[in-house]
Design a protein around this ligand. Sequence first.
Ligand SMILES: [Zn+2]
Length: 269
Amino acid sequence: MTEERRTKPGRCILCGTEAASFGSRTVAEGWLCGGCIEKMSPWYRLRQDAAPEELRAHLAYREENRARLPDFRPGVRLWRNPTLYLDDARRQFAVSDALTKDFPTENPDILEYGQILQCDAEIEERKTELKRFSPGLGRISYRPKRYQYRFHVWVRILVDHPFFREMRFRLNPRPLEVSGLDVAASVLGKVVKDRDYQSCAQTAEKMREALLKARDAVPNGGENAGSPAQSAGRGSERTGGRGNLRGGSGARAGITIENVSAGNRKILG
Ligand SMILES: [Zn+2]
């Protein structure tokens, strides 16, 4: 970062324009301008050592994706920020913050149902100890200790895609916060009753179910003759059986709560 600020940007290695200081960055072979970076997929991780051929191939793919947008007609939408769009007729999906009318500018990646390898709904918990001020001693722990808990609701889709492996996104715009004693059960009880939490957790679960159902549904025409799209997931390892995401975690997979109660994972629903 500091190096980027000190060095005046040169020409973009992809489009050749003079890269502005703002929004551009260096890669192994030189500079990338903000315009080229903006065209990249939000799921693509731009690595420092990315070769120019890879970057060019990625931008070419993004233009091919743009050409597919007019045919993508999502009949199912699970609203949130971002929203999950499903086009059952074409067996394609997208995840985007944008409304469909803004797709031409946002260019969300259109993926085939067959590219879905796995999908999880996850609750991430972080806890911070709350302290009180004591004259002479400064900030000291309560007895018993008290914590503030922050929860985030995530959906993670593992995909078979040439440019990214994972689409992971958070459904709650703000952290869901609860303060209290370090009694996991009571904290969990409070969180579970929280309306924002419920709404996010339910949507996460609906998205997970919809994606797995989409992946496992038999395409129109019964026999899958193996269009390139539908065979995209073949040969890749799937964890768990079809339709059962967390094969090992119980007969009916649900939302997993990580790290609650001394590192245990809990499944709701
Ligand atoms: Zn450029």
